[in-house]
Design a protein around this ligand. Structure first.
Ligand code: ARG
Length: 551
């Protein structure tokens, strides 16, 4: 279904005979109408007087059904006043059509996110990634892409070496069978304490890490045991957070092919080995710092595995390949894409979806264990605070504190534009007022409770008041906002939109009684409340925040 703006742009293009894009049409607000088009640029292209051009165009536009009134203002503005009732109907139809009027795109897209290094729990550093990645998965599917969400875990390397070394040499009062993750964490922490006095154990753990790659029986057996115990633990955590993947891969699934790939490049003479047998990649003209692709002992590096991975994803035929990874790895992705290009591996369609740091006001170290705060601790605490705040702010004892606490943490991560660093503030994140997840859920359930009480049918009948028209137009922006979020890989577009929408809804609700008005007004307002409840339901789902039935 065509949006009004798009139709206006087409008509203007026809009449003015210059290119008119949707984005050339403004939404002026106030008394200037629903849409405005500045004809000044077109006039200078055509070497005509802008005011005169606008006047001529307005006469032709007046004859069309598209706007009730077209006005010329200032140096050459065309202001369009639509027929409120007609326009509200268009918006209603659009929001009630399939996919809520969101333009559907084509193509397959891989979204890689989360990808923690395992043998330990996820920590606060994974939080923003999980929130962003999962929301992008939802948004990109909603706009029509065929999405594959991949968790590419870090299941090789030093942390496994440490845990295996610790398992064999360090005593723990925890029992692996009973609490595997606590056990691994315990030996991991103890390992670090010991390593401060005795650096030799670092070398020992490195040896175990190597043994995994060399497929030593004992190393592989332990590696499998620790790997699957961690994955199981993570599975529960993802489930709790409503995060889904279509596949779980890992560095261990590609390292052998990665090694072969570099060897092949050496054989083909594309790369050279150093004297010690290692392979180092040097960029032409030193545009980037070089990178080791193969160590002297033949083992691969993080970047080597990503090179193979990229090649593999191309072969799988994805049109887009997104890596949701922190901005700290920007250099890594620059090197990766440049090496791939040089080697003839296609990088078109591949993007590093970079995001800034999440800072906790009180710091990221847990006093309890002397290690980085676990992700699950953040959610646990958020749920507790949600309960307290609900008592204080809205006088309720919550039945769904879990969904509210989790939603609050996700929202605060998503509402800040992803490239920016953010400060996590417990007080504002969990408040039921202001720019927060609980505020969205609260506004949404408020609408549902009105609908629950209604006895009349919801229907756009009668003339819209100025307040009603305003909120309907705001609702009509939803499909466009979703499109922008998908295009920019930016859930914040939806988060911020929803927050403004709720604010407007609450002031509409404040000024306009719904139930108990005359028949037409009541039906009309019920319809607006219904549209609001649908848009916020869908919008929250796209952010991974659970819409509730009541609070
Ligand atoms: N496991 C890595 C880490 O924790 C992140 C992996 C990101 N993805 C990738 N394809 N490099 O730092």
């Amino acid at each position: 279904m065509k949006a009004v703006k798009e139709e206006l742009a087409e008509k203007l293009e026809e009449i003015l005979e210059v290119e008119v894009k949707e984005k050339d049409i403004e939404i002026p607000g106030g008394e200037y109408g629903d849409f405005a088009y500045p004809a000044m640029k077109a006039a200078s292209q055509k070497e005509e007087n802008p005011r005169k051009l606008a006047e001529e165009a307005s006469e032709k536009l007046e004859a069309l059904d598209i706007a009730e009134q077209v006005e010329v203002a200032g140096p050459g503005y065309l202001n369009f006043h639509l027929d409120r009732e007609k326009y509200a109907k268009i918006i209603e139809n659009r929001l009630e059509s399939e996919n809520m009027g969101v333009e559907q795109r084509e193509g397959s897209i891989l979204v890689e996110f989360s990808s923690p290094n395992i043998a330990k729990p996820m920590n606060v550093g994974h939080l923003r990634n999980n929130a962003l990645g999962d929301s992008l998965r939802r948004i990109l599917s909603f706009v029509g892409y065929d999405v594959t969400a991949e968790n590419y875990i870090g299941d090789l390397g030093t942390q496994f070496g440490k845990v295996i070394y610790g398992h064999k040499n360090i005593e723990s009062e925890k029992d692996f069978e009973e609490e595997p993750i606590e056990y691994m964490l315990d030996i991991y922490v103890k390992f670090h304490d010991l390593a401060e006095e005795n650096t030799e154990i670092e070398d020992q753990s490195q040896k175990w890490a190597k043994k995994i790659e060399k497929k030593d029986d004992e190393a592989i057996k332990l590696w499998k045991k620790f790997r699957s115990a961690t994955l199981e633990y993570h599975r529960d955590e993802y489930k709790r957070l409503g995060i889904k993947f279509d596949r779980t891969t890992g560095e261990s699934t590609v390292y052998e092919d990665a090694r072969e790939l570099v060897k092949q490049w050496v054989e083909e003479g594309k790369l050279e080995r150093d004297e010690d047998g290692s392979v180092f990649y040097e960029f032409e003209e030193d545009e980037l710092p070089g990178a080791v692709l193969l160590k002297a002992d033949g083992s691969t590096l993080y970047i080597t595995r990503d090179l193979y991975n990229l090649k593999k994803r191309n072969e799988e035929g994805f049109d887009y390949n997104l890596y949701v990874v922190a901005s700290e790895q920007e250099l890594h992705f620059k090197q990766l894409f440049q090496i791939a290009e040089d080697a003839g591996i296609k990088t078109e369609g591949s993007e590093h979806i970079s995001y800034g740091m999440l800072n906790l006001t009180e710091g990221s170290m847990s006093t309890r264990k002397g290690i980085i705060i676990e992700q699950s601790e953040i959610f646990d605490r958020a749920i507790e605070i949600a309960e307290e705040k609900a008592e204080e702010e809205i006088n309720r004892s919550l039945e769904n504190a879990e969904a509210i606490g989790i939603g609050a943490v996700k929202y605060s991560n998503l509402s800040v534009s992803r490239k920016k660093d953010m400060e996590f503030n417990w007080d504002t994140a969990l408040s039921f007022q202001g720019d927060s997840g609980p505020y969205l859920q609260y506004s949404n359930t408020r609408a549902k409770s009105i609908l629950g009480k209604a006895e009349k049918e919801a229907e756009l009948s009668g003339a819209l008041t100025r307040e009603e028209y305003r909120i309907v137009k705001k609702l009509g922006e939803f499909p466009k906002k979703v499109g922008e979020a998908a295009e920019n890989r930016e859930p914040a577009k939806i988060a911020n939109y929803l927050s403004n929408l709720c604010e407007e809804f609450n002031s509409f609700y404040h000024s306009s009684q719904v139930i108990g008005e005359d028949e037409k007004t009541e039906k009309r307002r019920l319809k607006i409340v219904k549209l609001f409840s649908d848009v916020t339901d869908q919008g929250m789902q796209l952010l991974g925040i659970e819409p509730l039935e009541q609070m």
